[in-house]
Design a protein around this ligand. Structure first.
Ligand code: NAD
Length: 325
């Protein structure tokens, strides 16, 4: 049996590779164009069951070729990160729309069960926290590129559910909420790796806006376990699930905790969103998952454990930058 992971060279994808190699006896095939991911994320793996194909999900022939020999698919390849998406709106839309349609179409053709990675971004700037899967979504105008990512991920969900409805394709959608842990890069605007790097190098921690906005952080180890279980659970097929831990933290509290745990002398600076991302930018105030559906189908949901996440990221970055501690 072979499992395909698109985006397996990325942050979450590479942890999923580790998890599936450890938990199953299957072969793993990674398809990744290494745009935001890196071969370094899977370089530590010394296992003949892993094969890597450098290719693009936007290319339907490539996708058809890799899907034709596999038994299940985790579709994680996407253009991600607020900064990346804002700077590359068209390429992001093409990857997130056309790439996903290619994967679903090939999955249908070969009848391969598929997990689709969606995002809490689909809830947009809804204030009805905690967010439940069937809640209304509140998106801003099409002139703000951020909402293009949210709309594309939502369209991916419509596609996945329609493939399930029309062709009976076993497909499960997971909406990830701020998944964090080792190997995540701060390059594309991810807050925890950025804060930890700033704290370890004694630079000010840059908080965008007033820092009262809240996020729910989930350890990547929990996210990949849930991802695996969701695809393995027939009851979850044709359904959408929040994948995240409740109990949100404000960005200012997060910055203060990073400073405390690193023992850094760094200060906190506030940068207005317009200065960082231009006038055409909106930032939702709150993000918190309702995990009751996850709990009822899988029997568990992750618990928020910010210190464990931060300690793991700090440990990794301290090894990468030993001089700064
Ligand atoms: P990531 O950037 O590390 O992973 C995405 C991977 O997809 C990268 O390895 C990248 O090189 C690859 N990729 C991008 N475009 C591609 C293309 N056209 N063809 C082939 N490969 C391509 O980011 P991640 O955080 O690991 O995200 C994985 C998935 O989870 C994405 O679908 C993302 O939208 C979703 N997600 C992540 C989070 C989070 O908190 N990290 C939150 C919500 C949703």
């Amino acid at each position: 049996m072979t499992i395909l992971i698109t985006g397996g060279g990325g942050f979450i994808g590479s942890h999923l590779v580790d998890h599936l190699l450890e938990e199953t006896g299957e072969r793993i095939l990674v398809l990744d164009n290494f745009s935001t991911g890196s071969p370094a994320n899977i370089r530590h793996i010394d296992d003949d069951r892993l094969a890597v194909r450098d290719g693009d999900v936007r290319d339907d022939q490539t996708v058809e070729n890799v899907v034709s020999g596999v038994d299940s698919i985790y579709h994680l390849a996407a253009a991600v990160g607020v900064e990346h998406v804002v700077e590359n709106p068209l390429a992001s839309l093409r990857t997130n729309l056309h790439g996903t349609e290619n994967v679903l179409e090939a999955a249908r053709e070969h009848d391969v069960p598929t997990f689709l990675a969606s995002s809490s971004e689909v809830y947009g700037k809804s204030e009805a926290v905690p967010f439940s899967e069937a809640d209304d979504r509140v998106l801003g105008p099409t002139s703000v590129p951020r909402w293009g990512y949210a709309a594309a991920k939502a369209t991916d969900e419509f596609l996945a559910l329609s493939y399930h409805e029309t062709y009976d394709l076993p497909v499960t959608v997971g909406r990830y909420f701020n998944i964090v842990g080792p190997r995540q890069t701060g390059k594309y605007g991810m807050v925890i790796p950025t804060f930890v790097e700033q704290a370890l190098s004694g630079e000010p921690l840059t908080v965008y806006g007033d820092g009262t906005q809240t996020r729910s952080f989930t350890h990547v180890a929990d996210a990949v376990e849930l991802t695996h279980e969701l695809l393995e659970t027939p009851e979850a097929h044709g359904e959408v699930f929040n994948v995240g831990a409740p109990d949100p933290t404000s960005i200012t509290d997060l910055a203060e905790r990073v400073i405390e745990l690193t023992g850094s002398d760094s200060e906190i600076t506030h940068v207005p969103f317009e200065e960082a991302f231009g006038e055409n930018f909106e930032e939702p105030d709150q993000r918190e998952p309702d995990v009751s559906k996850l709990q009822s189908v899988l029997g568990w949901a992750p618990e928020a454990d910010l210190d464990r996440i931060l300690e793991d990221v700090i440990e990794e970055q301290s090894e990468l930058h030993p001089k700064v501690i």
